[in-house]
Design a protein around this ligand. Structure first.
Ligand SMILES: Nc1nc2c(ncn2[C@@H]2O[C@H](COP(=O)(O)OP(=O)(O)OP(=O)(O)O)[C@@H](O)[C@H]2O)c(=O)[nH]1
Ligand SMILES: [Mg+2]
Length: 225
């Protein structure tokens, strides 16, 4: 698995980064897409969108990564950004327990305005600040088992596990997307609407649909600095 700049795309996914202000969402995206972060904190206003193409096994996926403003003051406008979400990262700051507790509110927003069935990855960020750690591992383990997610500890500062987190979420989105296509083919094969569809050509149809919506997203996208 790796990141790539090739033109062929099998999937286009909208990914949301959710979590309280200053947990490191913008920094994680910056490290993943540009390879560096800014040390000073400049809160995100509303939303920023970045794109990055990744290769997982033999599949190429274009990620449209939506960086939602975490500060409370943006709550009322955030609901508009959840539509079409394919996967979400729930980010908390390992040095601030409140950001972990507040994840239930973020899940609620995701379920209410987005898709309750989209894959999620739980991200404990700022792992480099070991001595300031404020969240117990057993609480994290419990939460992960409750929401059926995967937990990855990252540092946007050092880059630890940042690519791993995005690739892992991409894998889950691909698996979910492929599973759905296979179910469609199966039910069509079993039912009266049988056609000559195969997993491959359903796949290419769905890619075409997704590409159309993706070009809308990238029209609005702004590389943030
Ligand atoms: N030590 C350390 N600092 C980090 C890490 N990730 C982010 N930061 C710092 O934490 C601050 C906030 O990071 P941002 O990425 O702007 O946080 P955000 O979640 O996007 O915040 P909002 O845009 O307000 O929602 C910045 O000063 C970053 O440099 C990390 O892994 N380790
Ligand atoms: Mg931000």
């Amino acid at each position: 698995m790796s990141t790539t700049g090739t033109a062929e795309t099998h999937f286009v996914f909208k990914v949301l980064l959710l979590g309280d202000g200053a947990v490191g969402k913008t920094s994680l995206i910056s490290m993943f897409t540009k390879g560096f972060i800014k040390q000073d904190y400049k809160m995100t206003i509303g939303v920023d969108i970045m794109a990055k193409t990744v290769k997982v096994d033999d599949k190429i996926a274009k990620l449209s990564i939506w960086d939602l403003a975490g500060q409370q003051r943006f709550k009322s406008i955030r609901s508009a950004f959840y539509g079409g979400v394919a996967g979400a990262m729930l980010v908390f700051d390992l040095t601030r327990a409140l950001t972990f507790k507040n994840l239930v509110n973020w899940l609620q927003e995701l379920y209410q305005f987005g898709n309750p069935e989209c894959p999620t990855v739980l991200i404990g960020n700022k792992s480099d600040l070991v001595e300031l750690r404020d969240v117990r591992q057993e609480d994290i383990d419990w939460f992960v088992s409750e929401i059926g997610s995967e937990y990855i500890q990252t540092s946007a500062k050092t880059g630890e596990n940042v690519e791993k987190a995005f690739i892992s979420l991409t894998k889950k989105m691909i698996e979910k997307s492929m599973g759905k296509q296979i179910r469609i083919v199966k039910s069509q094969a079993e039912g009266k609407y049988y056609t000559s569809l195969t997993a491959e050509n359903v796949n290419s149809k769905s890619t075409t649909t997704q590409s159309a919506s993706e070009s809308t997203n990238t029209l609005n996208s702004d590389s943030q600095e």
